[in-house]
Design a protein around this ligand. Structure first.
Ligand SMILES: *Cc1c(COP(=O)(O)O)cnc(C)c1O
Length: 373
């Protein structure tokens, strides 16, 4: 039996919520999305959440909502999924990469200031694998230079560090509910903000820039609508929201289960010299989204292939973005430009990790790593 790389957590209660939506007349953005947004806001401790079709959409519209576009530079990390820097390009701005910390893979705040120019408008940190960046330091630097912060918290719904919850020191924080994320609707995302006006702009931007919602048109008497600005078609629908509400209620229990598995992996692999574990910052709540190890030297691809031959699901999160063909060709990046991100990108292996993983399956992964790494 294969040890799957990921299995979701949709349960009977979630299916029932989806069936209730299917039995209703209203499938698109309506009261179920509003209910999810209210509950999600409460969970992350920020006043406004706007549901989107993806985290990529949330990042794109957050940049637009803060007037970031043509001619602007946004400092971000090359150690992320390409969605992060792609969203900057979608907004018309230029991603400027800064290298990462060797032990965590997170944006190295001590290198940030060397990347700031007259064109820099924003910083876009990513909380890699669920461990938060040094947001106090990043906020301090942003304030000194008048910069916006938009956090990519696709891995980090549950995270906290130095007494700061995810997104609390940012201007906007974006989340993903993609198929393999900690809570999922297959595809989905959201942005949370402090500011009511920004939330209103984001609500318009997710629906073509129209000033009345489909929900308004459905629940109230018909009114003509206007389109004051050019938006996109990025609105979360009631079916996605129905899938997420129950998972949000269980989110801390799901985290507890992952923590048990996380601690077990770390204990079992601590004396395995063939792989290296990632570092963990003290005083933090790690969201524990992806469990990754660094394979020795140039053995990574061999480890990937051998584990798959032994029916163990694996993934790579991530090969450094600046070396992907489009980035290398468009911006002239080369190997050596961000050496720490490159080293992690060359050596990282993500192991099966999710609440439904059994301890027996985890031990089988550990045994196989010991044999192949
Ligand atoms: C998954 C992911 C995204 C993109 O999320 P989507 O919802 O698929 O758009 C962005 N950033 C990071 C770090 C991710 O892991």
């Amino acid at each position: 039996m294969k040890v799957e790389f990921f299995r979701h957590n949709i349960d009977e209660e979630d299916k029932k919520r989806v069936l209730d939506v299917l039995d209703s007349i209203f499938l698109t953005t309506g009261s179920v999305v509003a209910e999810f947004e209210t509950e999600f806001s409460r969970y992350v401790g920020l006043p406004f959440t706007v549901g989107m079709t993806s985290c990529t959409a949330a990042l794109h519209l957050s940049l637009l909502a803060f007037d970031i576009g043509e001619g602007d530079e946004v400092i971000t990390t090359p150690m992320s999924f390409c969605a992060t820097s792609n969203a900057i390009l979608h907004a018309g701005a230029r991603p400027v990469f800064v290298d990462v910390e060797r032990d965590t893979g997170n944006m190295d705040a001590s290198l940030l200031e060397s990347k700031i120019t007259d064109r820099t408008k924003a910083i876009l940190p990513v909380h890699l694998y669920g461990q938060m960046c040094d947001m106090r330091e990043i906020r301090r630097i942003a304030d000194m230079h008048g910069l916006i912060i938009i956090e990519d918290a696709a891995h980090a719904v549950e995270s906290e560090r130095d007494g700061i919850r995810v997104g609390h020191l940012a201007d906007a924080v974006c989340f993903s509910f993609y198929a393999t994320k900690n809570i999922t609707s297959g595809e989905g995302g959201a942005v949370a903000v402090h500011d009511a006006q920004k939330a209103e702009v984001l609500r318009m931007l997710r629906a073509h820039g129209i000033d009345k919602t489909a929900g308004d048109r459905y629940t109230k008497k018909y009114q003509h609508w206007d389109m004051p600005l050019l938006g996109w078609k990025y609105n979360m629908d009631n079916i996605q929201a129905a899938l997420l509400i129950g998972q949000l209620h269980r989110i801390d229990a799901l985290w507890q289960r992952r923590k048990m598995l996380w601690d077990l992996y770390r204990r079992e692999l601590s004396d395995c010299r063939a792989v290296e574990l990632m570092g963990e910052r003290k005083g933090a709540r790690h969201a524990m989204h992806l469990f990754t190890v660094l394979a020795g030297g140039d053995r990574r691809d061999l480890v990937l292939s051998s584990l798959q031959d032994r029916e163990i699901g694996v993934a790579v999160n991530y090969r450094a973005i600046h070396l992907l063909s489009y980035y290398a060709e468009t911006f002239g990046y080369r190997r050596g430009d961000f050496p720490v991100a490159e080293e992690i990108g060359d050596r990282t292996v993500s192991l099966p990790f999710y609440p439904k993983l059994s301890e027996e399956e985890l031990m089988r992964v550990v045994r196989n790593i010991r044999e192949v790494a």
